[in-house]
Design a protein around this ligand. Sequence first.
Ligand SMILES: [Zn+2]
Length: 321
Amino acid sequence: MTSRGLQTGLLTAAAFSLVSLAVCGDAPSPAAQDAGKGRVTIVYQDDAIQPENKDVIKTIRDSGVFERMAERLTAAVALPHDLEVVVTDELPKGVDDPNTELDGRRIFWPAAFSKDTHDVLAEFLPGALRDKGVPKVIAQENFTAEILNVWGSQFILGHELGHAVIHQLNLPLTGLEEDSADGFGTFFTVNDKDTGPDAALGAAVLFDAMGSKRPNLTMEDFSSDHEVIQQRVYNFLCAALGSDPERLNSLVTDGYIPELRAMMCGKEWSQLNYGWWTILEPHLTPSTRAETVAVRQKARQDLEDENAALLAKFRKMRGQQ
Ligand SMILES: [Zn+2]
């Protein structure tokens, strides 16, 4: 797989989503959804994983991040249906990237995709180290293809879980689904207390590595329902920065995020965090709804504070005070 393969797969998914819009008139009622006790499970089809992909899948499996994501989603959101994440090399025709079926009940995770992302990182990292060294926000021992592949995979699974949640719950969206899925991946991984922004940082390095394989953008990139891959890198970095501006400030001072974009990152993260808590609120399990009252109130307050701070900055820049 290369980033071309990624883009092609995504275009295929886009074609299917047009079909789904035409036929999904019989959505279950919100009341039926709220009663949902769907479980998220990870299924490794060991016999269907090619020998050359087994080591990389073992590293991801041993990390436990997929299982933890599955447990967290099961515990937090009352899904109306079970959701199975199938790690395999036996795939429907045309599926060569992680792909969520449009009923939101199954995610295919090609083992070969994980091998490809690992290999793209292994090829990319020596040059990145030569040019800029290890970014300060990532510990030196973690700046390896193995670990960044786990982090990036965690994020990509978050993105796919976003598609699944959107479809199972028929969530209302006000922008492209692919942006919302990136948003869910960011929201769900940054709020994982065990990993924080690591998954988004890993995804940024991985997508940067994939983007470097095709520096010349084509009509295929611009017409995709995904933002071009380089833009997604900045989106991930910006949201991570916004979630923890003090610890991650070197992303700005070391030139990974331009100053102008960095100004927006507190607001961007706060909008994502407040937006996802709000849109999920009717679908949270009773225990999570009770446990997150303060968190959700703080998300709203953070958004108001960030908006006010940004307004003040703009006024100052424009000489309005
Ligand atoms: Zn997607």
